[in-house]
Design a protein around this ligand. Structure first.
Ligand SMILES: NC(=O)c1ccc[n+]([C@@H]2O[C@H](COP(=O)([O-])OP(=O)(O)OC[C@H]3O[C@@H](n4cnc5c(N)ncnc54)[C@H](OP(=O)(O)O)[C@@H]3O)[C@@H](O)[C@H]2O)c1
Length: 332
């Protein structure tokens, strides 16, 4: 019997996930039925939203089931096909990550062009995180030429794209916050005008000399959101992309204490989920693809090696172990 491995959710985390919440399971390698393809995954994505799916709560996406494989973005090579549309050797993007092989209907596998960018880019800069940055700036924050933009989580997959895209889209000044001196140095290298380590002091204090801020792209929530609200310009716009500082909290954390400023400064604060904005996909690829190709936008990836490291990579993402997109390499 030929086998393959996948990672299951063994129990629901309370607070920070621990390795015991996950189980690696060996299963028989399936064969594709009519219209299906078998994919050998070469890279799987670990993303912060997966933490929310581990909770048994109603949200914009269903929770992961217990004792079943986790899912998420992955790219790989088609190794068997009973499809007329996808052939053996194609590189595809799909949503059955956290496993070495994926059996898919061909409609769930998108063939990607590895001449334009390496397969892993479709999980990062040219994939969901890049598109999140683009949607957040263009559709939610309605970035205008000359804006001062502040991005938190700026050295991560979404944040590093948000800051660089803001610059390309006409921002006059781009400010970023991140969790280490090395990340701050990288942000300055890739074109942020100012970057600071949020461990060096309260965000409210560190942001003071760089504001007022027209657009805040919020990946972090909590103290970052409170600090940004204080330094927003009149009529500023805040795109609430995520609140990673609270994802592993056991109790809800207190909200910003300065919400009255929303009224006095006439702010717009709007949350969004990238999957609601499929209409932006074509524009995103047409706009951002060439910027990546000509080097106007640079990216980094942080790789973990092998399925056995996937859980650790997911935990490390929440500890700030990544610069740019966090990925797990499976085979080559
Ligand atoms: N709305 C949507 O549709 C959508 C789509 C994708 C992602 N998101 C959200 O976007 C955000 C970034 O996602 P991503 O995939 O790009 O992840 P990422 O930024 O690549 O990785 C997560 C980063 O969060 C930072 N972090 C962790 N705890 C923190 C804390 N307490 N305070 C400040 N920073 C902290 C860490 O960097 P440091 O070293 O800087 O702490 C870590 O590297 C997340 O909030 C995610 O949920 C939203």
């Amino acid at each position: 019997m030929t086998t393959t491995r996948e990672i299951h959710l063994a129990s629901r985390p309370s607070g920070w996930p621990v390795p015991a919440n996950f189980r690696t399971v060996t299963v028989e390698l399936p064969e594709p039925g009519p219209g299906q393809v078998l994919v050998r995954n070469t890279a799987i994505s670990v993303d912060p939203y997966m933490r929310g799916r581990m909770n048994d709560v109603t949200s914009y996406v269903a929770p992961f089931a217990l004792d079943a494989p986790l899912g998420g973005g992955a790219v790989g090579e088609v190794v068997a096909s009973s499809s007329d549309n996808v052939t053996v050797g194609d590189t595809v993007l799909h949503q059955l990550g956290w496993r070495e092989h994926a059996l898919l209907d061909d409609s769930a596998a998108r063939v990607v062009d590895t001449d334009i960018a390496p397969a892993s880019a479709y999980l990062g800069a040219l994939g969901m995180p890049g598109m999140t940055a683009y949607v957040g700036l263009t559709r939610i924050a309605q970035l205008k030429e000359g804006d001062t933009v502040f991005v938190s989580g700026a050295a991560g997959a979404v944040g590093s794209m948000a800051g660089q895209l803001a610059r390309q889209l006409g921002a006059a000044k781009v400010i970023g916050s991140a969790g280490s001196r090395e990340k701050v140095a990288w942000l300055e290298e890739i074109g942020f005008d100012v970057a600071f380590d949020y461990h060096d002091g309260p965000v409210r204090r560190q942001l003071k000399e760089h504001g007022p801020v027209d657009v805040y792209f919020d990946n972090v929530g909590g103290e970052h959101l409170e600090g940004a609200i204080t330094h927003m310009a009149d009529f500023g716009r805040i795109a609430c992309c995520g609140a990673i500082s609270s994802y592993n909290d056991e109790q809800p954390s207190p909200g910003p204490r300065n919400l009255a400023i929303i009224t006095s400064k006439r702010l717009t604060i709007r949350g969004f989920i990238v999957s609601d904005h499929g209409e932006a996909a074509g524009e995103f690829y047409r706009t951002v693809g060439p910027w990546l190709a000509d080097g106007r936008i640079t990216t980094r990836e942080t790789w973990a090696e092998g399925l056995d490291q996937a859980v650790e990579a997911f935990l490390d993402l929440h500890r700030g172990g990544n610069t740019g997109k966090m990925l797990v390499r499976l085979g080559s």
